[in-house]
Design a protein around this ligand. Structure first.
Ligand code: DLL
Length: 435
C-alpha cells in the first residue's frame, strides 16, 4: 500500500523539476539564515542564484559532523527559536552531541515520511504498532510515533527495555507490527523463547528495523523466528531521523524519499561524485526542511545508489543496505575489516548465534590482533571439549578466509555478550589505550 501514491510513484522527470525548485529555495534559506552556510558559500565563491538545480549540486561545499559540533547547540538553525517546536540529538561516540531542530511544518513532513515508511514495511491504519525504539532525544521513538499516528495506526509507545514486559504486551495487545533496532528484535525473540511463547503464533506480521547496520541473513533470521516480514529502515538525525529511506516488499534496496532529500555517492578520499552503482560515502541535501536545512551532508555511511525501476512501483531512487560507516572500518595489520563482513560470515555458520563482539588489541610485538567473541547455540555448549575446540578452529578458519586475515575466535556461552535495547555495540578497540 502507498501512503502517498502521487509522490511515491511520480514520474522521475516531474520529480526532478520539483527537486530543482526545492533545492533553490533550500540554498537561499541556508545562505540567508545561517551564518556558517553563508561563510562556506562565500568562501567557495558561490551565490545562491548560481545553484539552479540538481546538476549544480556538485558546486556546493560539503557539510560535516564537525560543522555541526562547531556550531553547537543551535548555530545551524535556520529558523527563529520561537518557531522551533522540538529538538533531537544524536549521541555519536565522542564529544558533544549533534543537535537538530524542527518547526511545526518539519514535524508534519517527518510524520508524512514516516507514514510512508510504515506503509512500505506493510503497516496500515488497522495495525497495532509496538514502538520499542527509545523515546527521548534519539529520533527513533518519536519519529515512528508521529508517523504511526499520521497513518492512523494504533501506537503502543512502550520504548526500549524491560523485555519480558515487551513480550507480554505484544501477546496481550495483539500487536501486529514491531519497530525497534534489529539487535533488540533478536533479544525480544530470545526472551519470548525463554518465556515459552512462540512469536510465530501471535498476530505479529511486520517489523521495521534500523538505526544500525545489519545483514540480509539477520533479516531472514528475524523473519523466521518471529514469523513476520522484516523491513530495513534508514535515517539519521542530521537529515531528520528515521524516514529518509525504507525497504519495501520487493526487498530490493531502500527507497530514498528523494522529493525531500537528494542523495549523492562520493569517494571519501577524493570527495569526487561517483557514477550510479558505485560504492562510496552517502551524502544528503535536504529539500524541504525549515529549521535545519542541510547541504551536502557527509553521512559517513557506505552504500550504493540505484536508479532502475522497482517492482513495487515506487519511482524513488534506491540505496543498498548500509554495510558500515567510513569511521567503523577497522584497519588490522593493513587489512580493512568491516564488522558487517564478520557478521555475514558468522551467520553462515551453523551453531553460532548472531551475538558477537569484536575486540581489537595490540600485542607486545605491536601487531594488531583481532579477536571475535562468538556465542554458540545452546546445543553446542553441552558438547565435548574436544569438539568445541574443533568448532572454534572451524569458525576461525571461516573468518580467516572471509576477511583474508588471521583471527582469534573465542566461543562463549549463550547470553554472555551484553544485549542492547537500542543500537548494539559490536567493537571494542583497545589499541588507543596504553599504546
Ligand atoms: O538512527 C535514526 C533511525 C532511527 C533510523 C530508527 C532508523 C530507525 P542517528 O541516531 O542519528 O539516527 O544515527 C544515524 O545510524 O548514519 C547510520 O550509520 C546508522 N543507521 C541508521 N539506520 C540504519 C540502517 C537514527 N537501516 C546513523 N542500516 C546512520 C544501517 C543505519 N545503519
Amino acid at each position: 500500500m502507498f501512503w502517498n501514491e502521487p509522490a511515491e510513484c511520480m514520474p522521475q522527470e516531474e520529480r526532478r523539476q520539483l527537486q530543482n525548485e526545492r533545492l533553490q529555495q533550500t540554498v537561499r534559506r541556508c545562505y540567508e539564515q545561517v551564518p556558517a552556510y553563508r561563510k562556506k558559500l562565500d568562501d567557495a565563491g558561490i551565490r545562491p542564484a548560481d545553484i539552479r538545480g540538481v546538476d549544480d549540486l556538485k558546486h556546493l561545499p560539503f557539510t560535516t559532523a564537525e560543522d555541526l559540533r562547531e556550531n553547537y547547540p543551535f548555530g545551524m538553525f535556520a529558523a527563529r527559536l520561537e518557531d522551533i517546536v522540538r529538538v533531537h540529538s544524536s549521541s555519536g561516540t565522542t564529544g558533544k552531541p549533534k543537535v537538530v531542530g524542527y518547526t511545526r511544518r518539519d514535524i508534519d513532513t517527518w510524520a508524512e515520511l514516516m507514514a510512508r515508511t510504515i506503509a512500505c514495511g506493510g503497516g496500515w491504519k488497522h495495525d497495532i504498532i509496538q514502538n520499542a525504539y527509545g523515546y527521548g532525544l534519539f529520533t527513533g521513538g518519536l519519529g515512528i510515533h508521529y508517523g504511526a499516528e499520521k497513518l492512523g495506526a494504533t501506537v503502543v509507545p512502550i520504548s526500549g527495555g524491560n523485555t519480558k514486559r515487551q513480550v507480554m504486551i505484544m501477546q496481550d495487545f495483539g500487536c501486529t507490527m514491531l519497530a525497534c533496532t534489529p539487535s533488540y528484535a533478536l533479544v525480544i525473540a530470545d526472551t519470548a523463547a525463554e518465556m515459552g511463547i512462540d512469536l510465530r503464533e501471535l498476530p505479529l506480521k511486520y517489523g521495521i528495523f534500523g538505526a544500525e547496520p545489519w545483514t540480509d541473513s539477520m533479516r531472514k533470521e528475524i523473519e523466521s523466528r518471529m514469523g513476520i516480514r522484516a523491513t530495513d529502515i534508514y535515517g539519521l538525525s542530521e537529515v531528520s531521523g528515521p524516514g529518509v529511506a525504507s525497504g519495501c516488499e520487493a526487498q530490493n534496496g531502500l527507497h530514498i524519499f528523494d522529493d525531500h532529500f537528494i542523495p549523492e555517492i562520493i569517494d571519501p578520499a577524493t570527495l569526487e561524485v561517483l557514477p550510479p552503482g558505485s560504492q562510496g560515502e552517502l551524502v544528503f541535501t535536504s529539500l524541504t526542511k525549515e529549521a535545519f536545512p542541510i547541504l551536502r551532508y557527509r553521512t559517513r555511511d557506505i552504500t550504493r545508489l540505484h536508479h532502475d525501476p522497482c517492482p513495487c512501483g515506487r519511482t524513488h531512487c534506491r540505496m543498498s543496505r548500509v554495510t558500515g560507516r567510513t569511521d567503523d572500518m577497522l584497519i588490522i595489520r593493513g587489512v580493512n575489516v568491516f564488522p558487517s563482513q564478520i557478521e555475514s560470515a558468522l551467520m553462515a555458520i551453523e551453531g553460532t548465534e548472531p551475538h558477537y563482539l569484536i575486540v581489537v588489541d595490540r600485542d607486545k610485538g605491536r601487531l594488531d590482533e583481532l579477536e571475535v567473541w562468538v556465542e554458540v547455540s545452546p546445543g553446542v555448549v553441552s558438547d565435548k571439549v574436544r569438539r568445541l575446540e574443533a568448532f572454534e578452529k572451524q569458525v576461525a578458519a571461516e573468518l580467516n578466509s572471509a576477511l583474508g586475515l588471521g583471527v582469534k575466535v573465542r566461543l562463549v556461552e549463550p547470553k554472555t555478550i551484553t544485549r542492547s535495547e537500542g543500537k548494539a555495540k559490536r567493537v571494542i578497540d583497545r589499541r588507543e589505550l596504553g599504546s
